[in-house]
Design a protein around this ligand. Structure first.
Ligand SMILES: *[C@@H]1O[C@H](CO)[C@@H](O)[C@H](O)[C@H]1NC(C)=O
Ligand SMILES: *[C@@H]1O[C@H](CO)[C@@H](O)[C@H](O)[C@H]1NC(C)=O
Ligand SMILES: *[C@@H]1O[C@H](CO)[C@@H](O)[C@H](O)[C@H]1NC(C)=O
Length: 201
């Protein structure tokens, strides 16, 4: 997992436009999903689409079969949960996984949809995660925003993802989710599908 973070950093460190820019921390820039029931939102999600604010500079993903497994929240104040993220590297065929703790900003809507995820070497990489939208039952699809500032260059990696409960996705649902991503108040750059075929993870 430490390797993953380092390689991602190298892959994106050359993009000067994303150096020194803060994440969107103002709730008025974005409207996260209101009334997020985190217990129902928990479980497995398959990443189907990714987009970034690195306009014209977000390379085609070299990974596939990405899934996120969110644990049930622990009812502390504020609640915490964790996510196991797994993907297969297309280049060398290896499977990466990382289990990361998440703290929820607050329990009241819309704050429950604003999370902080800790990852990386010694937990030193903090990502801001906003659940932007999801179907009413949290049973089919969701759009998630994630942003982290990577040291030492203070490179901003800002990603918008469409995820589904089912590994297979119908073309009309994919089109709908792509449209939601583009309309999400986020100046989206390149957008790519994540290959979810032939996966065993
Ligand atoms: C996949 O593996 C290649 C070769 O080891 C590496 O250069 C690349 O950064 C890896 N990509 C990811 C997303 O782990
Ligand atoms: C959230 O979902 C859980 C599990 O389905 C349910 O037991 C709980 O009542 C829900 N909470 C709210 C506030 O709707
Ligand atoms: C919660 O979100 C608000 C609004 O964006 C922000 O000002 C505050 O710092 C956040 N608190 C935590 C603990 O993340």
């Amino acid at each position: 997992m430490k390797t993953t973070i380092a390689l991602l950093l190298v892959a994106f460190a050359g993009i000067q436009a994303q150096i020194g820019i803060p994440c969107h921390s103002n709730i008025f820039n974005f409207t996260p999903r209101h009334n997020l029931n985190i217990s129902r939102y928990a479980g497995t999600w398959y990443v189907q689409e990714v987009g970034s604010s690195n306009i014209g500079n977000f390379p085609q993903p070299d990974w596939k079969c990405e899934k996120h497994v969110y644990s049930a929240p622990t009812e502390t104040d504020p609640p915490t949960l964790s996510v196991l993220e797994v993907y297969v590297n297309i280049t060398d065929g290896t499977t990466f996984s990382e289990d990361m703790p998440i703290s929820v900003n607050a329990t009241r809507s819309p704050m429950s949809a604003m999370w902080r995820k800790t990852s990386g070497v010694d937990g030193d990489l903090e990502s801001q995660v906003f659940i932007m939208s999801a179907d009413l039952e949290f049973a089919t699809w969701t759009i998630m925003y994630s942003c982290a500032i990577h040291k030492p260059f203070f490179f901003r990696r800002e990603v918008l993802m469409a995820m589904t409960r089912s590994r297979t996705i119908q073309p009309d649902l994919r089109s709908f989710l792509k449209a939601l991503m583009v309309g999400g108040g986020f100046r989206i750059g390149d957008q790519w599908s994540i290959d979810q075929t032939g996966c065993t993870n």
